[in-house]
Design a protein around this ligand. Structure first.
Ligand SMILES: NC(=O)C1=CN([C@@H]2O[C@H](COP(=O)(O)OP(=O)(O)OC[C@H]3O[C@@H](n4cnc5c(N)ncnc54)[C@H](OP(=O)(O)O)[C@@H]3O)[C@@H](O)[C@H]2O)C=CC1
Ligand SMILES: N[C@@H](CC(=O)OP(=O)(O)O)C(=O)O
Length: 333
């Protein structure tokens, strides 16, 4: 693809705005850029790096002549518009979970399984943000010794729920400071000064939809249908950058120093692992950038199987969504 007309669907949202920033920051060589959102935003101007862009209302006709669509809308909006975009001949890189488990749709993290892009039939899916963060950190280890089991607890920032989630935390902090009643809309309970162990709906075994993504998407991305995953996802009152505690079992021995060596040279990772000097990944350090921070790497002392535990943090709007999608788009240049 030489001279690209690219569109962002959901361009006013947390992910869509960051996609726009990433296209500009990474100097993506587009010929034309179309920004689409709901009728509520039509005509609004957005400004990024001193450049102004006007938002258009998305309609089924919006995709005529578009080569690439970066979709940053919720499942129902993505599910409605994407078939029109594909019919119009565009390649769609979708951030929603609408198509992720469709066998005809590659589910891509460029650092992990870029080669699968070539099987696309018009749609390429961007994985769940917590899954991207975990797998960027784990893939270099998995290439050395296969991961057979993962036990994960996530600490997910409010921005994972979009622009509305960030506003809700800010508003609640302000209301509490002003001794006013707090409002909840995006989260089921007060999130300020709280933790909420629910992201998505629960299945009949008691796991939330967010927790099942780590298993189902992880198996597809790693091409490991028998990978055993037990995940607990928690919403925490941080603004940006998810954190994860991960314990993994491997089919072969892998010691802590080998794991550190593999990670220090791996793309997309910053190893911050010096606990004696209180250096470990934290969301305030990993936010607003694309690197996944990994640290606290240690032997799993609870088992004599080959196990390691680690802790990682990553900005889920950047590498967990917008940048991952733009990296996929760059493979079409
Ligand atoms: N936030 C995150 O960390 C991550 C989000 N994702 C996924 O990315 C997608 C977007 O999430 P996020 O940016 O957080 O959400 P936001 O709520 O911040 O943004 C939603 C976007 O969708 C647009 N939209 C809503 N309804 C329509 C419609 N009828 N027609 C066209 N556009 C519409 C909104 O436009 P308007 O402003 O006009 O309403 C807005 O641009 C979701 O699928 C989410 O699951 C994936 C990984 C991480
Ligand atoms: N659900 C994630 C963000 C997200 O949108 O994920 P997904 O695209 O898988 O729904 C969170 O709330 O932190």
């Amino acid at each position: 693809m030489k001279s690209i007309h690219i569109a962002i669907l959901g361009a006013t949202g947390a992910v869509g705005q960051t996609m726009l920033e990433m296209l500009l920051e990474r100097k993506f060589p587009y010929r034309k850029l179309t920004l689409l959102a709901s009728c509520r935003s039509a005509g609004k101007e957005v400004s990024v790096n001193g450049q102004n862009f006007v938002i258009q209302e998305a309609t089924p006709q919006s995709f005529k002549g578009v080569d690439l669509v970066l979709c940053a809308a919720e499942n129902d909006v993505a599910g409605f518009f994407i078939p029109y975009a594909v019919k119009a001949g565009a390649i769609v890189i979708d951030n929603s979970s609408a198509y992720r488990l469709d066998p005809s749709v590659p589910l891509i993290i460029p650092e992990v399984n870029k080669e699968a892009i070539k099987h696309h039939q018009g749609i390429i899916a961007n994985p769940n943000c917590a899954t991207i963060i975990a797998l960027v950190a784990l893939a270099p280890l998995h290439r050395y010794a296969h991961i057979t089991r993962m036990i994960v607890s996530t600490y997910q920032a409010v921005s994972g729920a979009g622009i509305g989630g960030m506003k809700e935390l800010n508003d609640q902090m302000q209301a509490l400071a002003d001794h006013k009643p707090i409002q909840t809309k995006y989260f089921p309970y007060q999130i300020a000064y709280n933790l909420i162990p629910q992201i998505g709906d629960f299945n009949d075994k008691g796991y939330s939809s967010e927790e099942m993504k780590m298993q189902n998407e992880g198996r597809k991305i790693l091409n490991a249908p028998n990978l055993a995953v037990n995940c607990t996802c928690v919403r925490v009152p941080t603004m940006r950058s998810h954190a994860e505690s991960i314990t993994v079992e491997f089919d072969e021995p892998i010691d802590v120093s080998t794991a550190k060596e593999l990670l220090i040279n791996a793309p997309g990772i910053k190893l911050v692992d010096d606990p004696i000097n209180a250096r470990y990944p934290m969301p305030l350090e990993s936010q607003n950038q694309d690197l996944i921070y990994v640290g606290r790497i240690r032997e799993d002392i609870s088992t004599d199987k080959h196990g390691l535990s680690l802790w990682c943090c990553g900005d889920q709007i950047r590498k967990g969504a917008a940048t991952n999608a733009v990296q996929i788009a760059e493979t079409f240049l």
